[in-house]
Design a protein around this ligand. Sequence first.
Ligand SMILES: Cc1cc2nc3c(=O)[nH]c(=O)nc-3n(C[C@H](O)[C@H](O)[C@H](O)COP(=O)(O)O)c2cc1C
Length: 168
Amino acid sequence: MTSLATNQDLDPRLLRDAFGTFPSGVVALAAEIDGRPIGLAASSFTSVSLDPPLVSVSLATSSKTWPDLRRSSHIGVTVLADHHAEVCRALAGPVDHRFDELDFTTTPEGAITLDEGLASFDCTIYREVEAGDHVVVLLELHAVHQAEDNAHPLVFHRSGFGTLRTLA
Ligand SMILES: Cc1cc2nc3c(=O)[nH]c(=O)nc-3n(C[C@H](O)[C@H](O)[C@H](O)COP(=O)(O)O)c2cc1C
């Protein structure tokens, strides 16, 4: 193990690689806007607070979807299952085709959740915090649903997808 150098040039590629060593799940963030489903995949999802119930995602300020998504009064968050690798790629792909192959449910308030997620949440925006080239979005939860089966999560690690099946 090499020691940490000071005054190191923290270029984005170096940082992305180092951040990528930290494994995470992936969620779909989605809502209906102007009669169309819109959304994106996010691996920055984190549970934050039980009282009030809060979660967070960190979204790039370059996101073209977030300015639209944030217009919805409610936003759906779905924890992706390990069979969702293609779904995840689609949700990060061309905007007009992200929901082409997806089964999803829309609430009367416009929150969209995927039908086969491990868990899903109905959220409103609690706070947005500017954070460099990202905005940390705190979402307040209004409803939660957890799948009854023992499906496993999709895991994102070092820019690739894996599963936790070996832990079963
Ligand atoms: C596995 C995975 C995780 C991602 N996580 C995030 C994330 O946490 N934050 C983010 O801003 N974009 C994330 N993205 C990228 C978005 O899904 C999307 O591609 C990006 O926001 C560009 O699309 P947009 O301009 O429509 O927002 C992720 C993509 C993938 C494939």
